[in-house]
Design a protein around this ligand. Structure first.
Ligand code: 13P
Length: 280
């Protein structure tokens, strides 16, 4: 199939009333594991990398690999910059051929968030790329550093934000948080439902790790069309690598690499099935 825009995948997801899985990657094994799972289930996915991860996995190395993986895949794949923080990073991703970018102005005042996202929408338009933005504050943190307090998205702000920015996808804050939850999260489905009723822009759920299958499927029924998974894939990779090394006196790189692919593949496959209501 092909490298496609995220907008195309979100439209299809809306038609089928499912969500597209957006899987964070940090190395070649993660890309391979995610693509293998998507191809096996014949389901489109989004490959994404967050700006805070670029110090470990540079954009100029990861970007071309993610794009090549999408172009060579048997399924449709969008390549997305997650949590872009600087306009120049967004521009760099667009120049590399990313078909989608997120600009995260969620810590800004509403009007400033609107202004900055509007500028990103105008830039992305030149490349035919999709834009996601966040309103309200998703808890935790994508990388290290200070954890953000959750601030639920206000439905009326969402209406104004979508209208004035022209954004293609809206990440909502409904009690979700990045990273592992200390206790199972209580999601504000009442807030999600109100946003869904007021806004026609496809909704995005961040902080997928630790959310239950039932919660995912409930959120999808209330308009969530993209779900982000990062920590669970990084953890799976690390667990598979550790389990392999623990059984060996002398670890072999090639076997270790295969275990990393397998760890990510299993995590991505499990989530694609839940997001697409695929039963065994
Ligand atoms: P998790 O790390 O909680 O899966 O969150 C992923 C995410 O939302 C990336 O933006």
């Amino acid at each position: 199939m092909a490298l496609v825009t995220m907008k195309k995948l979100l439209c299809e997801a809306e038609r089928k009333k499912v969500a597209v899985g957006a899987f964070s990657v940090g190395n070649m094994e993660m890309v391979m594991g995610a693509v293998r799972a998507a191809e096996e289930l014949n389901t489109p996915i989004i490959l994404q990398i967050a700006e805070v991860r670029l110090k470990n996995s540079p954009l100029e190395l990861m970007g071309p690999m993610m794009i090549a993986a999408a172009k060579n895949s048997k399924v449709d794949i969008a390549v997305h910059l997650d949590h872009g923080l600087k306009f120049e990073t967004v521009q760099k991703a667009l120049e590399l051929g990313f078909t989608s970018v997120m600009f995260d102005g969620s810590l800004l005042e509403l009007d400033e968030n609107i202004k900055q996202v509007h500028a990103v929408v105008a830039e992305a338009y030149k490349y035919g790329a999709t834009v996601e933005a966040e309103l309200g504050v998703v808890g935790g943190n994508e990388g290290e550093g200070k954890k953000h307090e959750i601030l639920c998205t206000r439905p009326d702000d969402a209406v104004k934000f979508c209208k004035e920015t022209g954004v293609d996808a809206l990440a909502v804050a409904i009690g979700n948080a990045h990273g592992n939850y200390p206790v199972s999260p209580e999601l504000r489905f009442d807030v999600l439902e109100e946003i869904y009723n007021k806004v026609s822009t496809p909704l995005v759920l961040h902080g997928g790790t630790g959310i239950s299958d039932e919660q995912f499927q409930h959120a999808i029924k209330l308009g969530v069309r993209k779900i982000n998974i990062a920590t669970a894939s990084f953890d799976h990779l690390a667990q598979y690598a550790k389990a392999y090394c623990d059984t060996k006196e002398k670890a072999n790189y090639f076997e270790l690499s295969a275990q990393e692919v397998q760890g990510v593949y299993e995590n991505v496959k499990r989530h694609i099935k839940v997001f697409n209501f695929i039963n065994d």
